[in-house]
Design a protein around this ligand. Structure first.
Ligand SMILES: NC(=O)c1ccc[n+]([C@@H]2O[C@H](COP(=O)([O-])OP(=O)(O)OC[C@H]3O[C@@H](n4cnc5c(N)ncnc54)[C@H](O)[C@@H]3O)[C@@H](O)[C@H]2O)c1
Ligand SMILES: [Zn+2]
Length: 326
């Protein structure tokens, strides 16, 4: 048997861990590696809660390993850097998103798409190159290779900026990749949760016209008046959906559960794409395949670009801050 998590490495750490699929987290003493030559260590100040954390805690996807310290929207202040680190210095404000490693040799890695590297290592629930389990940001400290460190510009608030490290890049990347990040383009955002609401903000800041599509009529005010979307469709209202057929250049679907997608495809112009970023526990039942695409987070270069863009355009997530104490 290997060593206990609190003895594997020299640096003591404290976090909140899921031990089973119940959804409860409890205090957890573990350890993190010493700061390597290319590593950045930081004190965690805030960590976002993404729906993927909930899927993982509850083992919705079937590959959870316990004890699990979730959290992949992690921000804090640098406390130590390895001797080869160039990107940041002690005192800088930084973040880590969904990944902490990849092979750095394949075509994807060479093209700044570590997120599609077959050997990509998740911030938690992955086995790191040293054979130990990775632990996420619901903890007091973090250490990661500098390639996976995102520098936070001075004016981007750490608390409301943290969710951008996953939610932000997950919507920003497909907006750019599918040519939707342009004035004159009309983008649909399905689901107004964590990903969806920052999706509206990014699409607008990139110049697109935005329509929110939701099952909840009660979200109309938030969509139009707080987030500034141009229009709002209730997905069960056949008249509204019929009237909007063939009007959208692309749709980003952020829904976290299985739901019908055929009606959404009807909203697209010809050659428009429905881009699925939600990750329900079961695959969607597809009756139509044309016009469908998927997208998973984004590479590190693009994640830094997204954070810099957010700082320039004052884009942050709407947040509620929860304190934790030992
Ligand atoms: N592709 C990626 O790289 C990536 C990255 C982050 C999150 N995700 C996934 O995206 C999804 C959304 O994450 P989030 O943090 O925004 O979650 P969230 O819970 O904040 O938002 C989900 C939204 O979906 C809506 N919804 C839930 N069930 C629905 C249903 N049956 N029909 C219609 N709407 C429904 C909710 O009302 C909510 O508005 C999750 O599945 C998450 O795992 C994927
Ligand atoms: Zn996430």
């Amino acid at each position: 048997m290997g060593k206990a998590p609190k003895e594997e490495h020299p640096v003591k750490a404290f976090g909140w861990a899921a031990r089973d699929t119940s959804g409860h987290l409890s205090p957890f003493n573990f350890s993190r590696r010493a700061t390597g030559d290319e590593d950045v260590r930081f004190k965690v100040l805030y960590c976002g809660i993404c729906h993927s954390d909930l899927h993982s805690i509850k083992n919705d996807w079937g590959f959870s390993v316990y004890p699990m310290v979730p959290g992949h929207e992690i921000v804090g202040e640098v406390t130590e850097v390895g001797r080869k680190v160039k990107k940041v210095k002690v005192g800088d404000k930084v973040g880590v998103g969904c990944m902490v490693g990849a092979c750095h040799a394949c075509d994807n890695c060479n093209n700044d798409l570590e997120n599609y590297c077959p050997k990509m290592l998740l911030t938690y629930n992955s086995v790191y190159t040293d054979g130990t389990l990775t632990y996420g940001g619901y903890s007091d400290s973090m250490v990661a290779n500098e390639r996976y460190i995102v520098l936070f510009p001075e004016n981007l608030p750490l608390d409301a900026g943290a969710p951008l490290l996953c939610a932000g890049i997950t919507v920003y990347s497909p907006l750019k990749y599918f040519g939707l990040a342009e004035p004159g383009k009309h983008v649909g955002i399905v689901g107004l949760g964590g990903l969806g609401h920052v999706g509206v903000k990014f699409a607008k800041a990139l110049g697109a016209k935005v329509t929110v599509i939701s099952t909840s009529p009660s979200k109309k005010d938030e969509a139009l008046n707080q987030l500034g979307a141009h229009s709002f469709l209730v997905s069960s209202d056949q008249d509204q959906i019929q009237a909007a057929m063939g009007t959208l250049d692309g749709i980003i679907d952020t829904v976290s559960a299985v739901h019908p997608i055929a009606p959404l495809i009807g909203l697209l112009k010809s050659h428009g794409k429905l881009i699925l970023v939600g990750a329900p526990e079961k695959p969607l039942e597809l009756t139509v395949k044309e016009g469908l695409a998927g997208s998973g987070i984004g590479g590190m270069k693009e994640t830094q670009e997204m954070i810099d863009f957010a700082a320039k355009h004052n884009i942050t997530a709407e947040i509620e801050v929860i304190q934790w104490s030992m």
